[in-house]
Write a protein that binds this ligand. Structure first.
Ligand code: G3P
Ligand code: CA
Length: 257
């Protein structure tokens, strides 16, 4: 993935999650149908160390199961209904593995894999970072994947390892110790800086643009905010409504010529 290739990226946050249950195959398929440039997904580990696509540490809120994801084997997780909390018509929707989503995405759409802090351990060899990297490399998808995390240890490991996979830092105040985005970009050797709309300041925008650091902002579903972020130079926006963002992008481009 070459960030300079495209002016702007529409990123489907957990898939087209305004219309479909988040982090499901339906949500990712819809993102492709809506012509998003990239899907964003969250990765945790099952008890038997399989990277699975799910946001919450616990199953209780968004499945018919309970407890921590990490305490369930993949075969147990596969029995769960991850769609009914959203709408009973999605009751057959299950938790996908990262492999399943990557295989679906290959030659269709770029992928932002967010590694959740809860599963990052001190054991680098068998940890989630290695498992994810190995999988991406096995599938030959290094050029179409961006890995991000709120856990800066993930970024340290990525920068130490020989890989073409792009990395993005998800801004986290405590680990930042007052460092500005341009300092963080140097310290962690990242390809992009990601933060929420609420965290982004005018000063950061200036600094990121001056230092040519691509920045991606989450999670924006209203058209006015989308428009203003495109105009100040965001390289991409995470949205639950990729169809709406694509429409806004077209309008902004049309008005710019
Ligand atoms: O990567 C952007 C965004 O997904 C981070 O927050 O909680 O939606 O995973 P969250
Ligand atoms: Ca996420």
């Amino acid at each position: 993935m070459n960030f300079s290739k495209k002016r702007f990226y529409t990123i489907a946050h957990r898939g087209a999650s305004w219309y479909y249950p988040e982090n499901t195959m339906s949500a990712f398929k819809a993102a492709v149908d809506m012509n998003a440039d990239m899907i964003e997904l969250d990765v945790l580990l099952s008890k038997d160390n399989i990277p699975v696509v799910f946001h919450d540490e616990r199953l209780d809120k968004k499945t018919n199961g309970s407890g921590f994801v990490l305490d369930h084997t993949l075969s147990d997780l596969k029995k769960l209904d991850v769609g009914s909390w959203f709408d009973t018509k999605f009751k057959n929707e299950g938790i996908p593995t990262l492999r399943e989503v990557l295989e679906f995405s290959r030659n269709r759409i770029l992928v932002n894999i967010e590694i959740k802090p809860e599963v990052v351990t001190e054991n680098e060899e068998s940890g989630i970072v290695e498992l994810v990297l190995n999988l991406v490399e096995e599938l030959g998808m290094e050029e179409v994947v961006m890995i991000s995390s709120f856990d800066y240890r993930v970024l340290e490991r990525l920068s130490k390892r020989e890989t073409n996979i792009k990395s993005a830092l998800l801004y986290e105040r405590v680990q930042s110790h007052g460092r500005e985005p341009s300092r963080l970009a140097k310290d962690y050797n990242i390809d992009a800086f990601n933060c929420s709309r609420e965290q982004l300041t005018d000063n950061w925008v200036l600094q990121l643009n001056n230092n040519k650091i691509p920045f991606f902002i989450y999670t924006v579903n209203d058209e006015l905010t989308m428009k203003s972020l495109i105009q100040v130079g965001a390289k991409g926006i995470f949205t639950d409504k990729p169809d709406v963002l694509n429409k806004v992008v077209e309008e902004v481009i049309k008005n710019a010529v």
